[in-house]
Write a protein that binds this ligand. Structure first.
Ligand code: FAD
Length: 406
């Protein structure tokens, strides 16, 4: 590697790009991150994802990020499945059964915005990471020795930056993926999901910090977030032809919330957004020296909280491969191994599980619903089955499975 190629170029200071840079720096590898947002508007982003599973918490801990996130989040050892039509708790899963498998037998409810805020501070303080804020990545070329990225820098000037590899962590609309002409295979659900944020204590009605609520007419998810203000996020399905403005009118959202939990008093709504859900995986995760990770490589429904988590797992897997290449322990074929391992997990675990999760919550056939609920109850009540279930949902199983792929 010559001097100008001695770094990894990372597009996007999202959770995946920042964790990748921090992990590479631990291995002594320099990186440059291009982030289109500026310091002034970086924290104005929608909070988004927030359920961080045990396998991911172990990774955050490895780079010193966990201790910064824990005080900003909620430790959630439990999660619930509810039957809305019957108003019944079907199953309570307790991560305590994973005590022998992980140092983190719980999920941490901590939104993406807090993760990137803390990780960005760490990246800026690290001499091996060059963070370029307000810098939009517009394209790149690659050759046998490295890559050249083209950016519009903070001063509005066009600039080219040289590196050994480029990693696309700029999210679902990845410029790198499009330039490489890699197909984003999959589908988009016709209906959108409405997310309403409410300042209200749902625990007094028996809910825990994470709840999946099945209903043939209107399934939902209910999650607790640390304040101020202390908030709960309720997700609702919408019909494909419903007008977005009508859906987010305060009176329409109040009516929906009262349908979900009739309290007779208006809920204190502190935010809302409407989003489209895609289930897609890039056909390739690597072409030459350009590699995809996180949402750039795969997107999925947030039911089960797997998108951000599996993106962080990509970052750690890839950092390990790049470090081995840097140390001369292997060649670029290690990047094909990254693709084999992480694409397999994206298709067989993340996609399959999130599609199943949605189906389970919206199931209309009463006999199938009964059977599904009985099965969940059985799994939650038997410690051996509960452990197997939680190894899967906590993503520990997917990390172990990826490591077996050669
Ligand atoms: C409402 C909602 C709830 C969710 N809940 C969960 C959950 O509970 N658990 C979970 O695991 N996942 C969840 N997800 C998914 C999760 O947010 C994403 O999977 C995750 O943020 C992906 O991280 P990333 O770093 O790959 O990309 P992003 O978070 O999208 O970050 C990309 C970064 O790249 C920057 N960028 C983009 N283009 C350019 C460019 N051309 N030049 C420079 N910079 C650029 C962006 O500004 C951004 O900072 C949720 C998503 C949504 C929408």
């Amino acid at each position: 590697m010559n001097r100008s190629d001695d770094r990894v170029l990372i597009v996007g200071a999202g959770p995946v790009g920042l964790c990748l840079a921090l992990k590479l720096a631990q291995d002594g590898i320099k990186s440059t991150i291009f982030e289109q947002l500026a310091d002034e508007n970086f924290l104005d982003q929608v909070p988004r994802a927030g359920t961080n599973h045990p396998a991911t918490l172990e990774m955050y801990d490895e780079i010193g990020l966990y201790k910064r996130l824990e005080p900003r989040g909620i430790i959630a050892p439990l999660f619930h499945y509810w039957d809305r039509a019957k108003g019944e708790l079907i199953a309570e899963f307790d991560h305590a059964v994973l005590k022998g498998d992980t140092r983190f037998p719980f999920a941490l409810q901590c939104e993406r915005i807090k993760i990137v805020e803390e990780a960005l501070k760490m990246a800026k303080a690290n001499p091996l990471i060059d963070v370029r804020m307000a810098t939009e990545f517009v394209g790149f070329v690659q050759d046998a020795a490295g890559v050249t990225a083209f950016v519009t820098n903070q001063a509005g000037e066009e600039e080219s930056v040289r590196g050994g590899y480029i990693v696309s962590c700029e999210g679902a609309r990845s410029v790198v993926r499009k330039e490489l002409d890699i197909e984003f295979e999959g589908f988009t659900y016709p209906d959108r999901t409405l997310n309403i944020e409410v300042a209200y204590d749902f625990k007094r009605h028996g809910y825990t910090d994470r709840n999946y609520i099945s209903d043939p007419e209107e399934w939902s998810n209910l999650f607790h977030w640390k304040g101020p203000p202390e908030r709960w996020r309720v997700h609702f399905p919408t019909k494909p032809d419903e007008d977005p403005d009508a859906l987010t009118k305060p009176e329409a959202m109040q009516a929906r919330l009262q349908g979900f939990l009739p309290t007779g008093r208006p809920f204190d709504i502190v935010g809302c957004n409407l989003y489209t859900v895609h289930q897609r995986v890039a056909q390739r995760f690597r072409k030459g020296r350009a590699i995809l990770a996180g949402d750039s490589a795969h997107v999925n429904s947030p039911i089960g909280g797997m998108g951000l988590n599996s993106g962080i797992h990509d970052a750690f897997n890839l950092a390990d491969k790049l470090a081995r290449i840097w140390r001369g322990e292997g060649d670029d074929s290690l990047l094909d191994l990254y693709e084999r391992q992480r694409r397999h997990i994206a298709v067989q675990h993340t996609q399959a599980q999130t599609i199943r999760n949605k189906k389970l919550l919206m199931e209309k056939n009463p006999a199938v619903r009964e059977r599904n609920h009985a099965e969940l109850k059985r799994q939650a009540e038997d410690p051996k089955l509960a452990r197997a279930f939680l190894l899967r949902t906590s993503l520990i199983e997917s990390v172990r499975e990826a490591a077996q792929i050669t």
